[in-house]
Design a protein around this ligand. Structure first.
Ligand code: PGA
Length: 269
């Protein structure tokens, strides 16, 4: 059974979509849709940088939180085109996506840069969602487990267990992102459990901690209203990181409702 103590999370990654007025309208529709609701999951929206301030204003009096899709690991300085953790905090950002596969694939991010960004996020008390996942080629060559283990281990290098209280991990198989091909729920759950075990292994010298057991692990990759219920039934899967289906309130609100239903069923057990 899923651990009811772990937060349930529905996160919407808008990627490079929505200008400022479109972003405001979508945030308003989502904020309106959850107004007054109880037993909600944590809901986080990740608009593009250019809409963070506008969406932050809209979300101020709602239960929905604000996240950014990327940041630099430096506090500031001569890094043209980059945005620092403190600049994001200044805009009311609470969550940060780190190492999304599109960042790794198209913008040269590596396991080493993910580690630097994770350290910067934790230093500034931004809540990190670290993304990991294998490519189609890696899956077809039976490398899924090795790749995911390596990505998780490298992300956590040189960190202490006490620093990880706000860590969230997202398992996003690259072949399932934006393709309409969802990873089967049972297989996604197996990899989420592997991520949990890997986190525990990273800190096994301290036998008293099973930190991996308390970290929320999300699944991402073509999540939609028709797939979410089965996904949220899985024992090691605590929510979803959603791209395409986060771009309209009609698709996104049902995902939140499904998580709310799951939370209520866990409370009543
Ligand atoms: P998708 O994107 O839901 O459109 O597959 C998920 C993601 O990239 O986080």
């Amino acid at each position: 059974m899923s651990n009811p103590k772990r937060s349930k999370i529905i996160a919407g990654n808008w990627k490079m979509h929505k200008n400022r007025s479109e972003a405001k309208a979508l945030a308003e529709a989502i904020g309106h849709g959850v107004k007054g609701e109880k037993d909600l999951p944590i809901v986080v929206l990740f608009p593009p940088f250019t809409s963070l301030a506008a969406v932050g204003d809209v979300l101020r009096d709602t239960p929905v939180d604000l996240g950014a899709q990327n940041m630099d690991h430096h506090d500031g300085g001569a890094y043209t085109g980059e945005v620092s953790p403190t600049m994001l905090i200044d805009l009311g950002v609470e969550y940060i996506l780190i190492g999304h596969s599109e960042r790794r694939q198209f913008f040269g991010e590596t396991n080493a840069s993910v580690n630097l960004k994770l350290k910067a996020a934790l230093k500034h008390a931004l809540k990190p969602i670290v993304c990991v996942g294998e490519s189609l080629d890696e899956r077809e060559n039976n490398l899924t487990d090795a790749v995911v283990r390596r990505q998780v281990g490298a992300a956590l290098a040189d960190l202490e267990v006490e620093e990880l209280k706000t860590l969230i991990v997202a398992y996003e198989p690259v072949w399932a992102i934006g393709t309409g091909k969802t990873c089967e729920a049972a297989e996604a759950n197996r990899v989420c459990a592997l991520i949990r075990a890997t986190i525990n292994d990273c800190f096994r010298s301290d036998e008293s901690t099973q930190i991996g057991d308390s970290i929320p692990i999300l699944y991402g990759g073509s999540v939609k209203p028709s797939t979410i219920d089965e996904q949220l039934q899985q024992s090691d899967l605590d929510g979803a990181l959603v791209g395409g289906a986060s771009l309209t309130a009609e698709d996104f609100l049902p995902l939140i409702k499904s998580a709310q239903k799951r939370i209520r069923s866990l409370i009543s057990v």
